[in-house]
Design a binder for this molecule. Structure first.
Ligand SMILES: C[S@@+](CC[C@H](N)C(=O)[O-])C[C@H]1O[C@@H](n2cnc3c(N)ncnc32)[C@H](O)[C@@H]1O
Length: 234
């Protein structure tokens, strides 16, 4: 397990140092980014924007509670969101200090004093049970080495009634994407199997959460669900 963590850390250390290329890819906005989006994901900018919008749809515009984002990466997708959530209390966590350094610079440039950063492992979150109103995870579960621990920990730190939402790669939607993942992303340590399918993810979320919505955009699964309230809670 430690080895897997180290390989993933090194892979994202390299990406963190190439934050501009990474950001262009994840937002499908630069020439290089658009090429990768099309070639690997069969997505154009509209598809890319659509999956992000779905993944973030669990966070209301006036959200004012405690939110955990894991993994934050370079923060390119979420710092613009947090600029508008000035009454929220946001904690961002990532395993890679290099990826997160870019996110921290972004937050500082916009004076986001309600956003804090913590380096850590999603499989051993340094928070007490039921601390957060929302847990957001964008493009994380396909990278995490110990997915069972990640599901367990994100569930544990969420309050009953709280929202778990985000997106990640699922296999079985597009053969060409699956091929690129297996032959390029896995060997580089960016993605780590086993991967969910739409069916297995839906089943897993249904077993843990209530009000599950799951929508796919190409090979990206976007989900939103709620942790059940306790039986005797009003
Ligand atoms: C594809 S990036 C996604 C980052 C960001 N959410 C985004 O969408 O741009 C995957 C991130 O997962 C982080 N990561 C991998 N394993 C992790 C772990 N066990 N705990 C926390 N973060 C981890 C990596 O450091 C990397 O920043």
């Amino acid at each position: 397990m430690e080895m897997a963590h180290e390989e993933i850390r090194q892979a994202y250390q390299m990406l963190g140092q190439e934050a501009t290329a990474y950001d262009g890819m994840i937002t499908c906005s630069t020439f290089f980014g658009r090429m990768i989006c099309k070639l690997v994901w069969d997505m154009n900018k509209a598809d890319n924007d659509r999956y992000l919008q779905l993944a973030l749809s669990g966070i209301p515009e006036d959200f004012a509670g405690k939110l955990l984002e894991v993994p934050v990466g370079t923060g390119v997708l979420t710092m613009p969101v947090y600029r508008k959530l000035e009454n929220a209390d946001v904690t961002c966590l990532d395993y890679s200090a290099d990826m997160m350094a870019t996110a921290q610079k972004r937050a500082a440039a916009s004076s986001l004093s309600h956003v804090r950063f913590l380096r850590g492992d999603v499989g051993a979150l340094p928070f007490e049970d039921e601390r957060f109103d929302t847990v957001l995870s964008l493009n994380g579960f396909h990278a995490f080495p110990d997915k069972e621990a990640a599901y367990r920990e994100t569930f544990r730190v969420l309050k009953p009634g709280g929202v778990f939402c985000g997106c990640f790669y699922i296999r079985g939607e597009n053969r060409s994407t699956d091929w690129f993942i297996r032959h390029f992303y896995e060997p580089k340590g960016f993605f780590t199997p086993p991967f969910e399918t739409a069916e297995s993810l839906n089943k897993r979320l249904e077993s843990l959460y209530t009000s599950v919505t799951l929508e796919t955009v190409k090979s990206m699964a976007c989900f939103c669900c709620r942790k059940r309230k306790k039986e005797n809670a009003s």
